[in-house]
Design a binder for this molecule. Structure first.
Ligand SMILES: Nc1ncnc2c1ncn2[C@@H]1O[C@H](COP(=O)(O)OP(=O)(O)OP(=O)(O)O)[C@@H](O)[C@H]1O
Ligand SMILES: [Mg+2]
Length: 156
């Protein structure tokens, strides 16, 4: 799948949702943050599996609902080690709760962060994050929308 930011696609299968995540991974670099939003069972973990595959993670990605943060190792296109932090904010109370877990390290460190339930920690999301909204449609499909906030680079 070829996607451009901003994008709006409709996925009719887990495979298509993963494929979208895999395509998005091509836009990522060290320090990138993907802020996922969407209700229970929307497909956020499924999308993250695709991002992980795109980053060369071979380990099976599972939902970090209870652990809150999972770390995976992959490879960038140039062969250098890539780190993926898969964060699930569902069980976090608020931004302070996330800060106490070491948010800085995950968001401004040496890896890529993909955050499920990012709407629960809005103040923690970096200004230049890529937002991906997943919405379940009545026909069973999923609308997946990707946006990057336009910011003044000087203010980052
Ligand atoms: N087009 C689709 N894309 C992704 N998942 C789909 C799609 N259609 C149906 N599904 C189903 O929706 C569910 C999505 O599960 P997933 O764990 O990825 O959601 P989630 O948003 O991470 O949920 P949670 O809020 O519990 O973390 C799966 O059971 C999957 O089979
Ligand atoms: Mg999930």
């Amino acid at each position: 799948m070829e996607i451009f930011l901003p994008f709006d696609i409709v996925s009719f299968s887990e495979e298509e949702t993963q494929d979208c995540g895999r395509s998005l991974s091509l836009l990522l670099d060290v320090g990138s943050v993907v802020a996922l939003r969407g209700g229970l069972g929307a497909g956020k973990t499924c999308f993250t599996k695709g991002v992980a595959a795109g980053l060369g993670v071979s380990e099976t990605v599972t939902s970090p609902t209870y652990t809150i943060i999972s770390e995976y190792e992959g490879k960038w296109a140039d062969g250098k080690k890539a780190l993926l932090y898969h964060i699930d904010a569902y069980r976090l109370k608020d931004d302070d709760d996330f800060a106490a877990l070491g948010a800085e390290e995950f968001l401004y460190g040496d890896g890529v962060a993909v955050i499920e339930w990012s709407e629960r920690i809005p103040a923690s999301i970096p200004k230049d994050a890529i937002f991906v909204d997943i919405e379940a449609l009545e026909n069973g499909g999923r609308k997946i929308s990707g946006r990057r906030r336009l910011v003044d680079a000087a203010k980052l």
